[in-house]
Design a binder for this molecule. Structure first.
Ligand SMILES: Cc1cc2nc3c(=O)[nH]c(=O)nc-3n(C[C@H](O)[C@H](O)[C@H](O)COP(=O)(O)O)c2cc1C
Length: 333
């Protein structure tokens, strides 16, 4: 019998498949179906700072930089209530989901500034969440705003939330930091127990006939796995926090790659939005078959086996590999 279990944020999970934050967690029935199919844990859709508080001066400061005014910035945000439920409903939903399923439920906050809104971390904990994921999603547009200031702000936010809760805290990041290893070390010192790599940034497109900006959300493809895969392989062994991989996980092979890079769990949103609970059972069945066929007895056995610590050629993850890859292209017409 193959042992698929893994430990993430101090939680013992029956396998490494976690449902990433998405609208699927808005319906208890959907989560139950995924649970029956074997999903090991679920991250809830996010509660946004903007939904909790509008009058925070600090939020005002960061949102307004690069736009004409805070109120203008707010007009681009989805209506409260249309994208998500009101904050108190969110907390009630955490409680409801916890009562309805047996798998761990991870709450999710999405914000940028320190302030009163962070009390929701505590409320989500008190509603029974097993852990909290903090999504740091910020697009710097102001040329006068230095990276140091932004990073300090994010580290302070993590420290602030850490001190207000007892449950484990994971931080979900974008890949856009100048020195990611240094920044994640700072997050670790600030009290993060886990890192979720990486957030997907939804890029606006142009409608060239209407001269409009179109905001269509496209689901991910498997090629997006490579970015988090590389960074997890690079960070594994260098920091003392658990790593979760998100973006581009669509198959059992993707889960295996995430584990070999050094992730404790692999998270899925797009695949579950497309394939529903069937995707979970299919991937788990394929995982078992692959592991049996390759004589593994457990998932934990392979975690980190392809990280920079373990591979014969660690430079494959670094600059040194760049010229080699470019010169390997043979498919010229
Ligand atoms: C429709 C949709 C809604 C999402 N909502 C959230 C959210 O509320 N909070 C969050 O942190 N991530 C959210 N995400 C991002 C996913 O959790 C995930 O990190 C991202 O889609 C990459 O994983 P994937 O390739 O499996 O889709 C959302 C993604 C989708 C497609």
């Amino acid at each position: 019998m193959i042992d698929l279990s893994t430990n993430y944020l101090g939680l013992k999970l029956k396998n490494p498949l976690v449902a990433s934050a998405s609208p699927l967690s808005k319906k208890v029935e959907q989560v139950k179906r995924m649970e029956e199919a074997g999903i090991a844990a679920v991250v809830m859709y996010s509660l946004f700072e903007e939904q909790i508080i509008h009058e925070s001066l600090e939020l005002d400061y960061y949102l307004a930089r690069g736009t004409e005014s805070f109120s203008e910035a707010l007009t681009y945000l989805p209506d409260i209530g249309t994208y998500s439920l009101l904050p108190d409903r969110y907390v009630a939903n955490v409680e409801k989901l916890k009562k309805s399923v047996h798998i761990p439920v991870i709450g999710s906050l999405n914000g940028v500034s320190k302030g009163g809104w962070t009390r929701y971390a505590r409320l989500i904990q008190d509603a029974g969440a097993d852990a909290l994921e903090l999504n740091l999603y910020y697009i710097p547009t102001d040329p006068s705003l230095p990276a140091q200031e932004l990073e300090d702000m994010q580290v302070n936010l993590v420290a602030d939330i850490r001190s207000s809760i007892k449950i484990p805290l994971a931080v979900k990041l974008s890949p856009f930091y100048t020195s990611l290893p240094h920044f994640v070390k700072r997050l670790e010192k600030a009290g993060a127990d886990g890192l979720v790599l990486f957030n997907r940034f939804y890029q606006p497109d142009f409608d060239i006939e209407e001269l409009n900006i179109s905001h269509t959300l496209e689901l991910s493809s498997a090629s997006e796995l490579r970015l988090p895969l590389r960074w997890i392989a690079l960070l594994h062994g260098q920091i003392g926090v658990d790593l979760a991989l998100t973006s581009g996980v669509h198959s059992a092979a993707d889960v295996l790659k995430a584990m070999m890079a050094g992730a404790k769990v692999s998270m899925m949103a797009s695949e579950l939005l497309r394939g529903g609970a069937d995707s979970v059972s299919n991937i788990l069945a394929e995982l078992r078959t692959w592991l049996e066929g390759h004589e593994y007895t457990s998932i934990q056995q392979m975690q980190g086996s392809m990280s920079q610590e373990s591979v014969a050629e660690p430079s494959a993850f670094e600059r040194a590999n760049y010229m080699k890859v470019l010169s390997s292209f043979r498919d010229l017409p």
